[in-house]
Design a protein around this ligand. Structure first.
Ligand code: AMP
Ligand code: MG
Length: 404
């Protein structure tokens, strides 16, 4: 097995991932999907100059001298609500009652807010001056026709949904979600509905991987457990090829029954079997069966979890055309000194908090490829660089944030 660095392995993998197609969804179904088109405004927002206040449309020059003690009388000639249009053109010493969002009447160049006026019979007293343009929201102030308001490749958020509605898009193109087959392997692995007998363990990886796939935007397809038996493995990998990506766990190490490697060696093309210079998660198989990318992740639960995050999640995101395929990172202040041997990059389950204006990071006390509880409260993976053997209390370190 070749020894390889994490970044190098990821680069090789990503270079072999092709984007999947697009599909149309209604705006209500678009949250969390990857946008597959640039959204261009077909309309100005606001569409016309309109009032930012409830008050009176005026000609600013008419009320230049207005003060509370020396108000200016104006005749109110019309009322416009939002959704209505003034029929009259404003003339000197006139005002038009106007509501927030209503179009500015012709002739008016400012809106005096209601609080700066008193009623005066059928007219008003203006008690303050106004600048030209005051309280007027200009057409196109938010968005102009032709503006690219959202770029292709982003993960759609509630604000994106709002903006697409602003420009009148009820249907949009998003990337198709890849189907991802999950195959757990091992004679000792049992299903959750089986009664534990002898040295069996539940298929926790299968469920955890399904959740990771879903949170990455993929559609998990659960294929159950294959025995450490080449025939069973081949049959199940064969089923898995109906999916866009295949993820297996277990059987890629150097044990006597690690038959996933041997099976993939026979079935796969472009297969590589790496020792990745990382901990947890050293053994990794990657390649294709036909056109289908396949990830042979290690079986230890934390190794499977971390390897998925480093390699499979970015691949799923690339297949969906996402601009950002890498996990988000923050620099955080370490809360205790930690040690390791040099030569492998360690990912440590950790809690990142925002504390008095800075991020702090506390790695779980007990780390280990089988210690799944270390991940339970973790919201990040502390990156302990390969060449370092110590990170000091108070040092700024890189932490990958875990997506949910
Ligand atoms: P392997 O890579 O197959 O040698 O497995 C390494 C360790 O991970 C063993 O202790 C397995 O029992 C455990 N393991 C493998 N697959 C799973 C799974 N699907 N769920 C939980 N633990 C697993
Ligand atoms: Mg095994």
């Amino acid at each position: 097995m070749a020894m390889i660095q994490v970044d190098e392995a990821r680069e090789i993998i990503l270079a072999k991932i092709e984007p999947k197609g697009v599909e149309k969804v209604s705006l209500n179904d678009a949250l969390g999907r990857i946008l597959a088109e640039d959204i261009v405004a077909r309309r100005n927002n606001p569409p016309m100059d309109n009032s930012a206040m409830d008050g009176y449309a005026v000609i600013a020059a008419d009320i230049q001298s207005a003060t509370p003690d020396n108000p200016v009388k104006l005749e109110v000639v019309e009322h416009v609500a939002a959704g209505a249009v003034a029929q009259k053109t404003l003339k000197n010493n006139q005002a038009i009652r106007i509501m927030t969002g209503a179009p500015i009447p012709p002739g008016a160049d400012a809106v005096l807010m209601q609080e700066d006026t008193d009623k005066n019979g059928s007219g008003i007293l203006a008690k303050d001056r106004a600048e030209v343009g005051e309280n007027i929201r200009l057409a196109g102030e938010d968005v102009k026709v032709g503006d690219v308001v959202i770029r292709k490749g982003v993960t759609i958020t509630p604000s994106h949904i709002g903006m697409m509605a602003v420009v009148g898009r009820s249907n949009i193109f998003v990337s198709q979600r890849p189907t991802v087959a999950i195959l757990s392997t091992g004679d000792e692995i049992m299903e959750l509905d089986e009664t534990p007998e002898g040295p069996c363990i539940y298929n926790s990886n299968g469920y955890m991987l399904a959740a990771q796939i879903r949170s990455a935007g993929g559609i998990p397809v659960y294929l159950g457990v294959a025995k450490d038996d080449e025939k069973d493995l081949m049959e199940k990998f064969d089923w898995a090829l109906k999916c866009d990506i295949v993820v297996s766990s277990g059987g890629v190490s150097v044990g006597d029954y690690d038959l996933v490697k041997a099976t993939l060696d026979k079935m796969g093309n472009e297969m590589v079997f790496w020792k990745v210079a990382m901990k947890p998660g050293k053994p990794l198989a990657f390649g294709k069966i036909g056109e289908r990318p396949i990830f042979g992740l290690p079986g230890n639960p934390v190794s499977s979890f971390v390897s998925f995050e480093q390699f499979a999640r970015p691949a799923i995101k690339k297949m969906m055309g996402a601009n950002d395929v890498m996990p988000r990172t923050v620099q955080a202040k370490l809360t205790r000194t930690i040690h390791k041997k040099t030569g492998r990059l360690h990912f440590m389950s950790a809690v990142v908090s925002w504390d008095s204006g800075e991020y702090t990071v506390s790695p779980a006390e007990e780390q280990g490829s089988g210690v799944l509880k270390s991940t339970v409260n973790a919201n990040g993976l502390l990156v302990f660089p390969l060449e370092k053997d110590e990170l000091k209390n108070g040092e700024l370190v890189t932490v990958q944030l875990l997506d949910v």
